[in-house]
Every structure is written in structure tokens, then in C-alpha cells.
Design a protein around this ligand. Sequence first.
Ligand code: CP
Length: 324
Amino acid sequence: MTPGPLGKDLLGLEPLSGDQIRLILDTAEPFKEISERAIKKVPTLRGATIVNLFFEPSTRTRVSFEFAEKRLSADPVNVAASSSSVTKGETLVDTARNLEAMRIDMVVMRHGASGAAQFLAERIESNVINAGDGTHEHPTQGLLDLLTLRDRFTTLEGLKVCLCGDVLHSRVARSNIWGLTKMGAQVAVCGPRSLLPNAIDEMGVTIFDHIEDAIGWADALNVLRLQLERMTAGYIPSLREYNRVFGVTRERLDRAGRDVLILHPGPMNRGVEIDSDVADGPFSVILDQVTNGVAIRMAVLYLLSGGRPELAEAAKGGGAGGAR
Ligand code: CP
């Protein structure tokens, strides 16, 4: 198969150009409508076999990819590491090569090790989509965040977006920083210094030490989950203290006296990084992000499988759109 406009794999947003990111966002637009139909299915990827290989827990990403694959009529197979031969000591590459021997077309993989998606992509012929690798990148989450912001603000050019909280452990933060800066947005981070990477200023972002300043500056806050499972040292005194100093609360937003859009990639720690009345409030687009995730993943699957961007509208109507 001739590589499409994204190449063979989607490993991150860092290697993509602004034009490639815009292409994915634009391709997702016509796919949104398919999920609103009574019969949510088009034959675009009929015959494609896709393995969803998840070595870490996931609700949104795994289910969203499976919906995207099924809505494009592909045949997905879900492999959870906990019930695979990985538990018997099989390597990642052996697992993937055995799956490839059954003639698959794509692998969607979540893995706890940064770089695992690239490692796999260099060793198998199937397309590899990174569904989150360690603290490195989560490109489809970054893309769905960008699409949600573009829906609300029409353009990302000049938009002020602040990533709040545990940037250190966040693959979502990295994909957002790469994606947003390539699309011309202004990006800031805000959190305790212990939860900001040392080289964060080299990524061209502004740093806020106080959440009040971040709220006063931003058009949108992308509130990150405190990744307690990745914390091997005492990064914060306590969850209560974190909420008191860095929590995105109704009171803080009210004090800013302006509307600030609220995003969160999920899963949320309610009452820690975000209060419930913010998460469920009028400026929250957290569930819109989840809805957009399906369209973004349909667009990525379509483009990686050779679908022609200009035919995405036709693919939506039932044509193959040049895919496969
Ligand atoms: N946003 C996200 O990656 O959520 P899951 O871990 O549930 O997939």
C-alpha cells in the first residue's frame, strides 16, 4: 500500500507538520455526523483487521478506537495484556509478529514505556497508532483536544491554552504542546515545579506558578490528571493541599470574572485537580472531547489506510473514499 499523507504510522504530534495536523482535523469533520445516525456504520474500511493492543488500563481511548473501527466497518480484535501471552514472558515484538502472521492491517497500542510505539512501528509492517506510550505522547488525545478547541473558537491561531497540573507525567500535555504550537496557539503550563519537566521552557511555553494567573490569562484550561500511579516520590504534600493551591475551582473561575473553557482528558480526580461544579459546569467541554475522539480516530484510521482526504465526505456517504 502506498503511504498516505501521514506516512505509515501515527506515533506522536511532534513529527507532524501543521498541515498534517490540520488535515486530520478537517478529515474528522465529515466523520462526526456518522455517530449521530441511527445506523452508525459506513463500509469505508471493510475487510481491514485492526488489533487494539492495550498494556495499560483505558476506558475512553480503547472504546473510542473500537467504535471508530466498527463505524468504518473494520474488524477489530481487542487484546488486553493481562490476558495475553505477555504474562508468560512473550516480548512485545513476538506478540505483534504473531498477530501479524494472522494477516492484520493495523495495531493500535497503549503501552507503559515511552517509545514503545516507535519501537514496534520499526519492526512490523502493519500501521501502528500510538494510543499513549508512557509519558511520551498520546497523539489522538491531543488531536481530539485540538478539534474541541477549534469547534469552540473557530481557529487555534493565537488561542491561549494553559495545561494545568501534572505536566511531568502527562503524555497528553506533550501532544497538546506540540499540536497547539504547530497550529499557532499560545501555550502555557501551570503546576507545582515538582510536576513540571526540567526542560519545559525549551518547548516554547509560558510557565505560571499560580493557578489564578493562569486562569486570568487563558482562553481555555486543559486540566491534567494527577498521575498518582506514576509518582515514585513525594511530588506534592497531599491531595488536599494540591487542591487548595492548584485546584481548578468554581470560586477561582468566578474571581477571574471571565469565561474560560474547561477541558480534561479524563479520567478525572474530582475534588483534586478539578472540582465537580467546574467539571459539570457550563464552560466544561469534557464530554465533547470524548465525542470528538471517535471522529478523530475515524479520520486517523481512514488516512493511515490510504483514504484520500478530499474523498472523506464521499466515504461518509458510503463510498470507500479511496481507502485501502
Ligand atoms: N484520555 C484517556 O486516555 O483516557 P483513558 O485512559 O480512559 O483511555
